[in-house]
Write a new protein. Structure first.
Length: 140
C-alpha cells in the first residue's frame, strides 16, 4: 500500500470535512466525528501504525467523501447534520448486513442524543421502513 497516496487522499478528505462542518455546534460535539476520525487515520499513517483493516478504512473514507460532497454540492443541508448522519450510519449498517446494529444505533441515538423514549419495537419498525425504502431505491 502506498501510504503517501493514502495520506494525500485523507488530507483531501480532511479539507472537505472542514469545509462542510455545520455552522452551529450542537450539544453533542465540538468536533464532528468525521473530523476526528480522519485526523486519527492520518496520525496512524504518520506514526507508521499497521492499519490492520486498510480496506475498511478506505471504504469508510469513500463513504465519508461521498457523504460530505453531498453537503458541499447542496444536496443536503449541513445544518440538518445530526439527522442526515444518523440515516447515513444506518444505511451503512444495512448495506453491511448489520440490521441489529442499525436498530441498536438508532435506539441509542433516540434515547441518548434526542432524549426521547424509544422502544425496541419502535426502533425495529423504523429500521424496517428504511430497509424497505433502500431496497426500493436499489441501494440494498
Amino acid at each position: 500500500m502506498n501510504t503517501d497516496l493514502v495520506k494525500g487522499r485523507l488530507e483531501m478528505l480532511l479539507k472537505l470535512v472542514e469545509e462542510t462542518q455545520p455552522d452551529i455546534i450542537d450539544n453533542n460535539y465540538l468536533f464532528q466525528p468525521h473530523h476526528w476520525q480522519v485526523q486519527n487515520w492520518i496520525e496512524q499513517l504518520e506514526e507508521g501504525d499497521d492499519l490492520h483493516k486498510a480496506s475498511e478504512m478506505m471504504k469508510d473514507a469513500n463513504a465519508m467523501w461521498s457523504f460530505r460532497n453531498r453537503f458541499k454540492n447542496g444536496e443536503l443541508d449541513v445544518n440538518e447534520w445530526p439527522k442526515v448522519e444518523v440515516e447515513e450510519q444506518i444505511k451503512e449498517f444495512l448495506i453491511k448486513g448489520n440490521k441489529i446494529n442499525a436498530i441498536k444505533y438508532y435506539r441509542k441515538h433516540k434515547m441518548e442524543d434526542m432524549k426521547e423514549d424509544c422502544s425496541l419495537r419502535k426502533a425495529k419498525d423504523y429500521i424496517d421502513s428504511l430497509q424497505e425504502q433502500y431496497q426500493r431505491q436499489g441501494i440494498l
